[in-house]
Write a protein that binds this ligand. Structure first.
Ligand code: MEV
Length: 431
């Protein structure tokens, strides 16, 4: 292999055995030898640890962990661990990252990691006066919660702002909502924000004369946005008999469908989340929070739409952009407890939550392009089926080189079903 050691391009990786892949990663410095048993499930999360994570534990649940290759994000080569059960996701992201690489890779930027905590205030006698009173006391209120988490404070995090909203109409009438804006640095931030909201609540009650009801983080983390963009050179776009222009215009037309129709937008965004969630899960982050934020953000203008945009740049290349909330952390929670999440972060070499967010959104954009390119050309089933056929072949009991041979046979016959796979295997074994 001729690629430079820390390159995310590892040619022939797909054809290596799992053991050889581990050796390759260790040799290139992405892993230490002691990380390998974690990936093999030996030194991973223990039942004992699992016991302390959730309730009524009876066992463990595994997912395949694959590597997204070829990623260049803000000029840095990154190998991206992806935990996902769906075939084609890892291959699709890796392939599109390779095309993007030819255009300089992904450029990504995350805003400061500011989360929003919400307090719902009921029974406020004078809502407009209460609003002004809260804002007048803003500095004192922020000071009240600035020292709650000394570690976070030491890292430069803490409260940033307070906003007051009046919800004039609701099923229970009008009420006030206070937003606490809190910089959570490298954490996902739910704990820090919820604690701060609970601490503020009695003070808000004193100021407003109302009753603070809910005190909880908002998953519409629209102050914590990440944007990734890439340009795929026109020359990279030709695909299976389709000209580069046909692929470019086909992707743009596919995006236009999602931009204008919520039925299509839901599926389009699901394709983005295929990549996003795989990295969020691999790093032990809360994928439900990221999902909730993504879809709420996609509907921010009152109509659900595409999270990404695709267009042709001045030179006829294909330009893509994805912006979405990305509330992920690299400290605390499962990220710290789960040994495989630690290895995943090590493989990526990320040192801040923002850097992780930038990689995740780049993967989402790559994943979106993989789906749109397939849909706009030969359709999704061909590529999907050949990978699905491998899973079916394995499930039918095929081993080693028979896996690829059987998968190919199933695709040729256009019958990717386990009963047929077993039949073929039995016939081969009889010979
Ligand atoms: C399937 O998991 C994801 C796709 O449906 C996404 C899309 O349609 O854009 C292929």
């Amino acid at each position: 292999m001729t690629d430079s050691p820390k390159s995310s391009r590892i040619s022939g990786f797909y054809d290596l055995s799992i053991e050889m892949r581990h050796a390759e990663l260790a040799q290139r410095g992405f892993l230490d030898p002691e990380d390998i048993p974690v990936l093999e499930g030996q030194n991973g999360l223990t039942l004992e640890q699992a016991q302390h994570m959730i309730e009524n534990v009876v066992g463990m649940y595994s997912l395949p962990l694959g590597l997204g290759l070829n990623f260049l994000v803000n000029g840095r080569d990154v190998i991206v661990p992806m935990a996902v059960e769906e075939p084609s996701v890892v291959a699709g992201a890796s392939h599109m990252a390779k095309l993007a690489r030819a255009g300089g890779g992904f450029t990504a930027h995350a805003t400061p990691p500011e989360m929003i905590g919400q307090m719902q205030i009921l029974d406020v006698p004078e809502p407009h006066l209460a609003r002004s009173a809260i804002l007048e006391k803003k500095a004192d209120l922020l000071a009240e919660v600035s020292g709650i988490d000394p570690v976070l404070k030491g890292l430069g995090g803490g409260p940033r702002d307070l906003e007051v909203r009046l919800i004039e109409e609701s099923p229970i009438g009008a009420f006030l909502v206070v937003h606490l804006i809190y910089d959570v640095r490298d954490a996902m931030g739910a704990n820090a924000v919820n604690t701060a909201c609970e601490r503020l609540a009695p003070h808000i009650e004193t100021i407003t004369g109302g009753r603070v009801h809910l005190r909880i983080l908002s998953n519409l983390a629209d102050r914590r946005l990440t944007r990734a963009s890439c340009t795929i050179p026109l020359s990279e776009l030709a695909f299976r008999g389709f000209s580069p222009e046909e692929v470019r215009d086909g992707v743009i037309a596919a995006w236009a469908f999602a931009a204008s129709d919520p039925y299509r937008a839901a599926t389009h965004n699901k394709g983005i989340m295929n990549g996003v969630d795989a990295v969020v899960v691999a790093t032990g982050n809360d994928w439900r929070a990221v999902e909730a934020g993504a879809h709420a953000y996609a509907a921010r203008d009152g109509r659900y739409t595409s999270l990404s945009t695709w267009s042709s740049d001045g030179a006829g290349n294909l330009a893509g952009e994805l912006e979405m909330p990305m509330a992920v952390g690299i400290v605390g929670g499962a990220t710290k407890v789960h040994p495989a999440a630690q290895v995943a972060l090590k493989i990526m070499g990320v040192t801040t939550a923002n850097e992780l967010a930038e990689i995740i959104v780049s993967v989402g954009l790559a994943q979106n392009l993989a789906a749109l390119r397939a849909l706009a050309t030969e359709g999704i089933q061909r590529g999907h089926m050949s990978l699905h056929a491998r899973q079916v072949a394995i499930a039918a009991g095929a081993q080693r080189e028979d896996i690829t041979r059987l998968a190919q046979q199933l695709v040729v016959e256009k019958t990717v079903r386990i009963d047929r796979a077993k039949e073929i295997l039995a016939a081969w074994n009889e010979k």
